[in-house]
Design a protein around this ligand. Sequence first.
Ligand code: ZN
Length: 206
Amino acid sequence: MATNNPQTLKIVSLILKVVGALPLLIGLGLLAGAWFTGNRQNTILKTWPTVDAEVARSELTSHQHQFDNDASSTTVYEAHIDFGYTVGGKQYTTPSGSGYFTSDYAEMKQKVDTYAPGTRHPIRYNPANPNDIRFDAGYTFGFFLGPLILAVVGLMLAGTGAALFFTGWAIGRAKALCPSCGQKFRHTEPSCPNCGAALSPGGAAR
Ligand SMILES: [Zn+2]
């Protein structure tokens, strides 16, 4: 810090704490969200039963999508796959979208080809609601992509916020040695609480 003026240090300390607190709190919120959604995916893998399903329909659709910072629209692709399966003697046919769309045609085409009509695949279903299915469940990057993004953004925000907040906190706590009486006191104090020597703008007590 260029100045040792107690009033300036007090304000700088306060500003850093306020400016750091917001990204710190948002970051912690995102980390909590990452834990919650990651835990949910893990619960699916641990508790949802697997059933052998047959693909009834597999279609690749496309539409125009305008990405946030792009003036023109892009063609994006999405997979629509219907699965037929039996749970508790009851027949179900459930559509399961790819869950996301991408401008990468080859990626979606491969998905649709892998899940061609008539092919059989193990899928997982929610025991409380057999119409709730996951066909891509596994300890894979894709299945945990959502929680991973939340965790990375949360860590960056919380880290930046924490660095600002604790810098402000440390400035407020930093202590000077009084040259008059040798007592330590905070930089943000206008004068030595022990002997009353005031800090000059240059920083040294007089
Ligand atoms: Zn003193």
